[in-house]
Write a protein that binds this ligand. Structure first.
Ligand code: AMP
Length: 576
């Protein structure tokens, strides 16, 4: 799964329905775009050498005051494509206008995306943070806690349509007089997350004239309808190629395996380090994410779970830590795929939490910027093509390489076919899922230990782990009190919580004896425990001594209990 070199997309891959003057625009650098120096400096700090394609086209148009409809795939740099001209415009406004007011509204479908947009704008305004205030109201904070923030009239407000509308209705936010720009980010998802009605109501509360940016991964019927509603004589920017990078940047594989084999294969890939680098493992249900986490725990493979049950602050924190390379594996449950297939939510009587306590504004495969993900694994194949694209789009972002590997059970074959047909239609050469050639028949030696681990992960242990996780995350959450105010039932649950008994981690499964490694994999395998031995102890400058490591290996020495008859240690002990 080691990927080839990153591919720099050529300027020809962007089709722009642009005025003639813009067609064939030379490749520009940020400092050549006429931006405020504070912006250029912030971009330089981010280490961005030059604009991405969408940025190169969108920034000058945005600065010209044009309405924009941009179809750009995830990871194309579209956040900065609208944020940079918006910040530039605000900095110019500030030179003449003294009154503080909310001038920009950025609508997002999920809280995670709201947080991400906030971070990006903060980074871009590093050198003008005094001039430009930004607030993200998409988070779960109590609405009354957000009132003082809005009273300060931040220049930019980021939020989900329902939360923004709530504030408008409560008169804590008024945009009728001051709004100069509206952004609808991930517009297609705004609909699939059920915000349609809130969005329409919200649009009635805006002034007649303002600049609009509509960013969307797909141009479906709903986005087209929205275009009529919010854009005036827009410039349309779209990437001609498939929504995913081609095979020189993103390698896409599939492998046939039934349920038990999925666990067996994942264990092998991770334990033998056959997949290296940061990896997101997608499953379709929260329950499965914990099953998988507990399964991996049995082998001392650490992973963290990301799902809609966790408080939003924890979710954002997990993503931030993953981006800082605190851990390698995230098991994400992409539950929205289920809703997509079924009935579309109307948006009426929306609540922050669904009946099962899951956050309906959660979306981890959508638009979230996980940094430097080398591999995406679809442990469960998603239930829609769009979902596949969003998941695979978590890797190979910007100009980085990546790989997506899908485990496909026979019941998932029709979906695989749908995905392949849809990606093939994109017309992009090489944008298909290749069979992942792997000697699965050689993994029988691992089967017994995998079955053993799978048996330990009972429904009860999953339930306990789930409860333990949410309890810990809630305690970790900075806004603990606010969360309990919003979710009093959780507090009751926690107060009557029983002691937890998560599945017992079996020390003997931590190591992979060499004789078990299939000969076909010996040259490439790097069993995890070997790498761990080399690690330094925290706070010490020395690696653990080899001697200590030796005595801990049960295959080389034996420890006898008191009273056990001593025998001379076997010179070359053959493993059982
Ligand atoms: P986005 O599509 O906005 O989610 O951005 C995807 C990733 O690309 C983010 O990690 C950005 O920091 C990064 N990015 C955005 N613009 C550039 C650029 N011009 N050069 C390099 N990386 C960029």
């Amino acid at each position: 799964m080691v990927c080839g070199d990153a591919l720099a997309l050529g300027p020809g891959s962007l089709v722009s329905v642009l005025p003639d003057t813009h067609v064939g625009m030379a490749e520009l650098r940020f400092h050549e775009l006429g931006l405020d120096l504070r912006l250029v400096k912030a971009v330089a700090d981010l280490g961005w050498e030059k604009p991405t394609l969408i940025q190169e086209k969108a920034i000058p148009l945005g600065m010209d005051g044009k309405d924009l409809l941009a179809r750009a795939r995830t990871g194309s740099g579209k956040t900065a494509a609208y944020a940079i001209p918006i910040i530039q415009g605000l900095l110019q406004d500030k030179m003449t206008l003294s009154e503080q007011a909310v001038r920009v509204l950025i609508l997002v479908p999920t809280k995670e995306l709201g947080h991400q947009v906030l971070q990006m704008v903060r980074q871009l305004t590093t050198y003008c943070a005094r001039d430009i205030k930004i607030a993200d109201i998409s988070g779960q904070a109590d609405i009354s806690a957000q009132r003082p923030i809005l009273m300060e009239k931040p220049d930019i407000v980021v939020g989900t349509p329902s939360r923004v509308l709530l504030h408008i209705n409560q008169k804590t936010l008024c945009l009728r007089e001051s709004l100069r720009a509206l952004v609808i980010d991930e517009a297609d998802l705004i609909f699939s997350f059920g915000f349609e009605e809130d969005l329409k109501n919200l649009l009635c509360q805006l002034p007649n004239i303002y600049q609009s940016y509509l960013m969307s991964a797909t141009f479906n019927e709903e986005v087209k309808a929205l275009k009529e509603l919010v854009l005036h004589n827009p410039v349309i920017l779209k990437l001609e190629e498939s929504q995913l990078p081609d095979s020189s940047q993103l390698l896409q594989y599939h492998i046939r395996c039934e349920e038990e084999d999925k666990f067996l294969l994942l264990y092998t890939l991770l334990k033998l380090s056959l997949i290296r680098g940061k990896t997101i493992i997608f499953v379709n249900e929260v329950e499965r994410s914990y099953r998988l986490k507990l399964f991996l725990e049995q082998f001392s493979i650490p992973s963290c779970v990301l799902n809609s049950e966790l408080p939003v602050q924890s979710r954002c924190h997990i993503i931030a830590q993953f981006n800082q390379s605190c851990y390698d594996y995230i098991i994400a449950s992409d539950e929205h795929v289920l809703g997509e297939k079924g009935k579309k939510r109307t948006g009426k009587k929306r609540k922050g939490k669904s009946e099962k306590g899951q956050d309906s504004e959660y979306g981890v495969s959508r638009g979230i910027d996980f940094h430097n993900v080398s591999t995406v694994i679809n442990f469960d194949l998603p239930l829609s093509v769009d979902s596949y694209i969003h998941r695979a789009g978590r890797t190979a972002r910007a100009n980085n390489p990546g790989a997506a590997l899908s485990f496909v059970a026979s019941s998932e074959l029709p979906m695989l076919q749908e995905i392949e047909e849809a990606l093939g239609e994109g017309g992009s050469k090489g944008c298909v899922l290749r069979p992942y050639r792997f000697p699965t028949e050689d993994l029988e030696g691992f089967r017994y230990r995998c079955r053993d681990a799978m048996r330990s992960v009972t429904k009860q242990s999953i339930k306990e782990a789930r409860l333990k996780e949410i309890k810990e995350e809630l305690l970790n959450s900075q806004k603990l009190k606010t969360y309990f105010d919003d979710n009093p039932r959780d507090l009751v649950l926690l107060r009557h919580d029983k002691p937890l008994h998560p599945a017992i981690v079996k020390p003997h499964l931590k190591n992979v004896p060499e004789y078990l490694i299939p000969p076909s994999l010996r040259t490439v395998a790097q069993p995890l425990q070997k790498r761990k031995k080399k690690r330094m102890h925290p706070g010490s400058s020395k690696a653990p001594s080899a001697k200590k490591g030796k005595t801990q290996n049960p295959l080389r020495t034996f420890k006898y209990n008191k009273g056990t008859k001593r025998r001379p240690p076997a010179k070359k002990q053959k493993p059982e």
